[in-house]
Structure formats: C-alpha cells, structure tokens
Design a protein around this ligand. Structure first.
Ligand code: PCA
Length: 326
C-alpha cells in the first residue's frame, strides 16, 4: 500500500513538474580570477544569484573568486573542456590563440568607457563566433577601468623605464614593456602583491582597481593615469552544458547576463574614482602622465596598433573600421 502511494506521488510530481526543479537541480561552479571584493566578482555573484532565483533553483551557480577553483590562466581551458561549466576570463590573455581576443588591449584604440562600449558592440558578433568555435557560449563582458602605469619611482619618459622589471598580464602588456626597454614577467593579479614585495616585479600597467585590490602601495609609489585601454573580462559557458539547458532557463540566463553587463560596467565606472582615491590614501602619488611620457607611449601605441592590424587580418580590420565609423 505504502509503496503504491509513493509511486503515485512520484508520478504526480513528474506530471505537474512541482518537484522537477529540485530533483534535477544542476550546480554550476563558476571560477573567477580576481579578489572577492573586486567589482567583477561582485557582479558575478549577483549574476549567479539572478540565475539561481530566476530558474527556480533548477540551475544554481556558485562563484569561486580569487582563482580559488582555477587560476586565471586555467579558466578558459577548464570551461572549454567541461571541467567547469561556466567561468570568467580576461580574454586578451589568449591573444596567442587568436589576435581578435586582444582587440581590447590595443593601446590607445579605445580609451574611455564610451569608446570601449562602441568597440565591444563592433566586436561582439565576431567574438561570439570565435568562442563558439572553441566550444564556448559568450554570456557577458565587462570592462576594467582605464589602464595606467605603476612604478616605485618618478617616471617622466620611456627612457626612465629602461631595465625595470615589469609585471604583464597578457602578450600586449609584455610587448609594451619590451618596446619600452623593460623586462616583462607574466603574473596573475592574485599573485602580484607577493611579486612586488619580493622584487620579482617593480612596475605594471593595470587599472587603479587592481592596484587597490592588491594594496600595491605597500611596495609601489607612483600611478600615472595613461588611459591606455579598457580590457574586458568575459563570462562564458561550456557549449555542451548550454545545449542541455531548456529554452525557458536559457532566456533567464540571457536576461541575467544582460543585467550583469550593464551593472558591471556601471560598477567599473564607480570603482575608477574610488580606487584612485584609495591609492592616494595608501600614500601613492596619483596623477596624469607628463607630456614626454604621453608622447613616448603614443609612439609605442602606434607601433603596436600596426602590429595588431597586420596579425588580425581582414576580420580585425573590419571591426576597427566599424568602430571608427561610429
Ligand atoms: N586588472 C587586471 C587586468 C586588467 C586590470 O585592470 C590585471 O591587472 O590582471
């Protein structure tokens, strides 16, 4: 009798779908590379909550910031291969796979939030296609604040940079260091406090946000606002995982992603001033780069733009032309 009742109940549940969500709840771990308090991580956590609530718990996303599940440089591969269903990555660090991934790190191509949005609008269809070819479905992308230079001394020209050990985060930042006569060493943001403290690196180009998150005033003294570019973090899902999601839940995820891109960009803008003030409060000298330094960097930027356009071919040129025509 009891057995019969249980069978009946189970049958009812599957017909009404009442307990369907709970029974088939999927748990998605989402590796992220930056500190939990960073605005990208906050945006990811809000996105995760939105999906969990919006799908009625059918898909429950848990973020893992600070590179705790996979380190920054492991995240893309982990999602491609299905070791993680979803993740966030600074795509420009994968420019060696395709030059288009480095579009947002071409120096002085798009140097403001508005320009970054336009460049992203021009690039998005191509980016979606390239990621799709790599078994990834793009969900949203949020820019970092404008990139500036950090040093442990006053620097007024590229000549002043000669021989300095420079922390890079992608091949564009390494190339910039090389062209400036510095010595690049690639280090994930999660590890830079250590690198600066031990002297493995003594300068970098990054946002005020990353300097603030990693308390670099403990080792460095100067931040020059250069507004070089605004690289983006991209959130993507493994394509096989995505194909297993029903249409209603896909729509929920897409809507949460659109909100995350909007809110994340807003947070990035807010974080720009807040973190530059934080660097100052930490004792750093913060200000615009001088005329000589600006002119020298512009020359390096022109070289790098030419190099990138050569490598990126027609697809790259078409994006830059569409962006410039805006
Ligand atoms: N912070 C990241 C990438 C760009 C940025 O502003 C970093 O330094 O690794």
């Amino acid at each position: 009798m009891l057995k019969k009742l249980a069978t009946l109940l189970l049958g009812a549940a599957s017909v009404t779908g009442l307990s369907g969500a709970a029974l088939s709840a999927e748990k998605w771990d989402m590796p992220m590379a930056y500190s939990a308090t960073n605005f990208h991580s906050v945006t990811g956590a809000e996105f995760a909550k939105c999906v969990t609530t919006g799908t009625g718990g059918a898909i429950e996303i848990t973020t893992h910031p600070s590179g705790s599940l996979f380190k920054g440089n492991e995240i893309k591969r982990a999602v491609q291969t299905g070791q993680a269903p979803i993740g966030e990555r600074l795509l420009s660090a994968h420019q060696n796979e395709n030059p288009i991934f480095g579009l947002d790190s071409v120096p002085f191509l798009a140097t403001s939030f508005d320009a970054s949005d336009k460049l992203w609008a021009a690039a998005k269809p191509t980016m979606e296609k390239l990621l799709d070819e790599q078994n990834l479905v793009l969900l949203y992308a949020v820019p970092w604040p404008p990139q500036g230079l950090y040093f442990k001394k006053e620097v007024n020209s590229v000549a002043d940079m000669k021989g300095i050990k420079f922390r890079s985060y992608n091949s564009a930042t390494a190339r910039l260091a090389e062209l400036a006569g510095m010595l690049p060493v690639q280090i994930e943001a999660a590890e830079i406090s250590q690198a600066f403290a031990t002297g493995v690196a003594e300068s970098m180009i990054s946002s005020g946000a990353t300097g603030y998150d990693r308390k670099v005033w403990e080792s460095l003294t100067h931040f020059y606002e250069v507004d070089g570019w605004l690289p983006r973090n991209h959130v993507f899902v493994n394509k096989d995982t995505w194909n297993g999601v029903d249409e209603a839940n896909k729509n929920v995820i897409r809507a949460c992603a659109a909100m995350a891109e909007y809110a994340g960009t807003w947070r990035s803008k807010e974080y720009t001033g807040f973190t530059l003030a934080g660097l100052k409060a930490g004792g750093m000298t913060v200000g615009k780069a001088g005329d000589q330094l600006t002119a020298d960097l512009k020359t390096i930027g022109d070289t790098m733009t030419g190099e990138w356009l050569d490598k990126a071919g027609d697809e790259g040129k078409a994006i830059v032309e569409a962006f410039r025509a805006e």
